[in-house]
Design a protein around this ligand. Structure first.
Ligand SMILES: Nc1nc2c(ncn2[C@@H]2O[C@H](COP(=O)(O)OP(=O)(O)OP(=O)(O)O)[C@@H](O)[C@H]2O)c(=O)[nH]1
Length: 923
């Protein structure tokens, strides 16, 4: 493809090469400088754009009509370039109307005036001296015309309007001087031209020089009438671009933008509000007043119907002197009522965004630069940034929703729209050392339950129960041990508001007491201490207080903040006080929840019930749960079929802090899973499906079994905290020796644990056990059979054979520190059964074999196995078929095999041929 020089394009456009180059660079074209070349496609695009700009820039008065008549296509293109096909038609239609209504009338008037002007101008053809040297003097007639059009957008409003006139008139006698004058305007973008030009326009009035510069003169005149007339007709129609920025604030121009800018927007937009993105109100106001200074801001228009229109920001570079250079793209291509949306989940790359909008990546990058973001093609943009840039191109960016995001959004919405947060009962967990009286205290509390008397008390264990005590309602989570508490917490569930720490007054702080304190503190849950068994003779509550103070649980009476209650669960002493203390603590916590929203809670327990299917005890934490609600619990969804309380009664609703057994699940969730009521069945199912899929992926990803080779990585991933091994040895003594040595190998990071050990060959059961428990198998002088080996391969179980314990320990040690670097890997190439043995004089015993798997190679090493136990390892000394030496013997064939330095081969032995492959050391 041939290249077109920027120089040539500039010439065509009547611009200076550098000027055009700058402009193109700003527009995002990948050119380096004014001496660069572009391919023909790009050149065509540039021409189109330049032409379009010129036409667009003259979107006023007569030029508009002319340009449409003469080069309507080009114009339409320019305007519509960033629009969808559908928009194009609409836009074109609107344009037609607008122009038809607005312009025709005014143009007539305009023409009349212009003619008068020109007449006057003709009479004074000499050029004003002020005009600077034409940049490209040798402009020809046609070029001048083109040129004039192109410049329209650059120079300022003046230029555009003048051009048509110039064009129209150039053909006549005045054309000569006109041309010459025109050029200065054409490349005015150049250095300091504009102010001079303007001066030339205004002051010239005093001398005739004003005349010869037809363009300038005409411009001035055109500008003035246009705004007044245009505003009216276009009102109610498509918003008309505000006037292009003007170089310099020539008095003649100011009124134009002012009126134009405002009238256009207000009148034509039918009450749409125009907001400048990234600009403050003040700035907007300024813009309205000085439309000419508006470069670089994206505008958004809000229609009363909620439609949003984005107006592409103008491009305008600041000149060295601080003034804005003439805009390159006079058009503010506004895209109407955008239906074009781009969905972005979290981020989108610049390249993708450009592709989705059908624009060049360089344009997007340029737009980003204008927003102050320097981005590369592959840079990921967040939704907000993408939305800002996309708005520039008339696109909307929408946050695409994953199932989880939808759930999140729903939660947010519920939280926002929900009603008043009302006080809710505290949720309490009782913890303490074994036999300090946890169960007894819970029993004593249950006895205080007001509702228990009527309904017969708690009849079933659902993992939590609600008690209506005289001092106030409260809910106990009654899951066994600290493990459940920790496990729930590890799953992100925060269920407990207050921990009641039971410490026997006669026993004091014990191991599990300390553990309970640690768990509570880790979960940042306040502790109320119940010093129990105070009825005992040797009870010493003060000792308990002292000991607990060491853990930061300083009693209130000692100046601390921990509430202590002295109880005797056995005698029912202090239980009321304990309940009151819990309520007191709850008050401090100001526990509140909104019962009016959709329910949300945590699964406390779940099981598969024989008759009722999967059931789960859910502690409702927000909202109210009712039968018929669609929900998701962990990876399962469901619809509440029935709600049953701890007394076995069916209930119609469960509000905040109420535990309830839920029936209607599609599976058994895990304790600690979040239980969320969603809008409908479809949503519940899709969330559950997405979660199941993810769970499966995670499972698959972690399915790779532990082996000595990957042990270190697994340790690093925190997947492995102990190396489980299954041991097989030829003799019991080896097992014991290895067991002890392995114990010594254990470090803080990883423990070596023997799951199972036995003498004899490695069995299929060993493989199954290893596969199920992620263990490796270590054999000492024993080998798996071919079948077992295949199974191990299928199951991905690492089976390692060693001849001495030391080597095994060495490998394990290296694996634990990530230093296992096997330089040779053993590869079994074939197995043969010994069917006969022959004594050959001077040679020794030759085994008459049948190859049952793989092949036997002459140069291979060989292992002699008897009942799965390795009895010798060496080299093959001879391999023969009939009387011929052969290099290899394949499966199914018979052969004679001699083992170097070993003559004790017996019928029934197995020979395993193997080679050692060198393995590249990996880090
Ligand atoms: N004297 C006296 N004995 C009590 C009191 N509270 C509990 N006990 C006795 O202490 C023993 C253990 O009580 P539990 O309530 O089972 O203690 P626990 O902490 O639940 O024990 P685990 O469930 O094993 O952890 C029982 O024999 C109770 O009768 C009390 O206040 N005074």
């Amino acid at each position: 493809m041939s290249k077109v020089r920027i120089y040539d394009l500039a010439k065509e456009a009547g611009l200076k090469s550098k000027e055009l180059a700058d402009k193109l660079i700003a527009m995002g074209y990948p050119i380096a400088s004014h001496s660069s070349s572009v391919d023909e496609d790009m050149a065509a695009d540039i021409r189109k754009k330049l032409k379009g700009e010129a036409v667009g820039g003259t979107a006023e008065g007569r030029i508009e009509l002319r340009s449409r008549a003469e080069q309507g296509a080009a114009k339409t293109k320019t305007v519509i370039r960033r629009r969808s096909k559908a928009d194009k038609e609409e836009a074109a239609k609107r344009q037609e109307e607008a122009e038809a209504l607005a312009l025709e009338a005014e143009i007539q008037a305009l023409e009349a005036r212009l003619q008068q002007e020109e007449q006057a101008a003709k009479e004074k053809p000499q050029e004003a001296p002020a005009v600077e040297e034409p940049v490209e003097p040798p402009v020809e007639e046609p070029q001048a015309a083109k040129f004039a059009e192109m410049n329209v957008e650059q120079p300022s409003e003046q230029a555009p309007q003048s051009e048509p006139v110039a064009q129209a008139e150039t053909p006549d006698e005045t054309s000569e001087p006109a041309k010459v004058e025109a050029t200065p305007f054409a490349p005015p973008v150049d250095e300091v031209v504009p102010p001079q030009v303007i001066q030339a326009q205004e002051k010239p009035a005093d001398d005739e020089s004003r005349k010869p510069r037809q363009l300038a003169k005409v411009v001035g005149r055109v500008v003035i009438p246009v705004p007044e007339k245009r505003t009216k007709p276009v009102a109610g129609k498509r918003p008309v671009r505000p006037p292009r920025p003007v170089a310099g604030d020539a008095p003649t121009e100011i009124p134009v933008p002012k009126e134009d800018g405002r009238a256009d927007v207000k009148g034509k937009k039918k009450g749409k509000r125009v907001v400048a993105i990234g600009g403050d109100e003040e700035e907007l106001g300024r813009k309205g007043a000085k439309a000419g200074k508006k470069g670089g801001k994206a505008r958004v228009e809000f229609a009363p119907d909620g439609d949003v229109e984005f107006m592409r920001p103008r491009k305008g570079k600041k000149k060295r002197d601080g003034r804005k250079e003439l805009p390159e793209q006079p058009l503010i291509a506004e895209t109407k009522a955008i239906k074009r949306r781009i969905k972005v989940v979290a981020t989108i790359s610049v390249g993708d965004l450009a592709k989705r909008m059908g624009v060049k990546a360089s344009e997007v990058i340029a737009a980003l630069m204008r927003l102050g973001v320097l981005a590369t093609l592959n840079q990921a943009l967040d939704v907000d940034t993408a939305a800002l840039v996309a708005a520039d191109f008339g696109y909307e960016v929408e946050q695409a929703m994953t199932e989880e995001l939808e759930v999140e959004a729903l939660q947010e919405q519920e939280a926002e729209m929900g009603g008043e947060a009302l006080p809710r009962p505290p949720v309490v967990t009782v913890m303490g050392h074994v036999d300090h009286g946890k169960t007894s205290i819970l029993d004593a509390i249950r006895k205080t339950d007001v509702a228990a008397g009527e309904a017969g008390g708690i009849t079933q264990h659902i993992g939590a129960y609600h008690v209506q005590a005289p001092s106030g309602d409260l809910t106990f989570v009654d899951t066994p041990g600290h493990a459940a508490f920790t496990e729930m917490r590890s799953r992100g569930a925060k269920v407990t508001d207050i921990v009641v720490l039971v410490v026997a007054a006669d026993d004091g702080v014990m191991d599990q007491t300390k553990e309970a304190i640690a768990h509570s503190k880790a979960a940042e849950v306040p502790i109320v201490v119940a010093v129990n068994k105070i009825d005992k003779d040797n009870a010493d509550p003060d000792r308990v207080k002292r000991e607990l103070s060491d853990f930061g649980l300083i009693p209130e009476e000692w100046g601390g903040q921990t509430i202590y209650c002295l109880t005797s669960a056995k005698k029912g002493v202090g239980i009321e006080e304990l309940l009151e203390s819990i309520q007191l603590q709850a008050e401090i916590l100001e526990l509140r929840a909104d019962p009016s929203r959709k329910a949300k809670g945590t699964v406390i327990e779940a099981q598969l019930h024989k008759g009722r299917g999967p059931v789960a005890t859910v502690l409702v934490q927000e909202g109210t749960l009712r039968p018929g609600d669609h929900f998701v619990a962990g990876i399962y969804s469901g619809k509440v079929r029935m709600l049953i309380n701890e007394r076995g009664e069916q209930v119609q609703e469960a509000g905040p802090s109420i535990p309830v057994e839920v029936q209607g699940l599609s599976g058994v969730p895990q304790a600690g899973d979040e239980f969320i009521v969603l809008t409908d069945e479809k949503m519940a199912k899709s969330v559950a499906n997405a979660r199941q899929l993810k769970a499966r992926e995670t499972e698959l990803a972690s399915a790779s079994k532990v082996s000595l080779d990957n042990l270190f990585e697994k340790m690093a991933e925190q997947d492995v905290k102990e190396l489980r091994v299954i041991l097989r040895a030829d003799v019991q003594g080896t097992l014991q020796a290895f067991g002890q040595a392995a114990e010594n190998l254990s470090t803080k990071a990883i423990r070596v644990r023997s799951l199972h050990e036995g003498t004899g060959s490695i069995t299929e059961n060993d493989i199954h056990l290893a596969a199920a428990s992620d263990a490796i198998i270590i054999g000492f002088n024993v080998r798996p059979t071919v079948k077992v080996k295949e199974l191990a391969e299928r199951e991905g179980v690492d089976v390692r054979s060693y001849d001495v314990i030391y080597h095994a320990l060495e490998d394990i040690e290296k694996a634990m520190v990530g230093m296992l670097e096997p330089t040779f890997e053993e590869r079994v190439i074939g197995t043969a059964d010994v069917r006969e043995t022959f004594q050959v004089p001077k040679v020794g015993t030759i085994a008459g074999c049948s190859v049952i798997a793989g092949k036997i190679e002459r140069n291979a090493r060989v292992r002699v196995l008897r009942e799965g136990v390795v009895i010798y390892t060496g080299r093959i000394s001879s391999l023969r078929r009939f009387k011929d030496d052969v290099k290899e013997v394949l499966t199914g064939f018979e052969c004679g095999i001699g083992v170097e330095h070993f003559n004790d081969i017996k019928i029934g032995d197995n020979l395993e041929a193997f080679v050692l492959d060198e393995v590249e050391a990996t880090l």
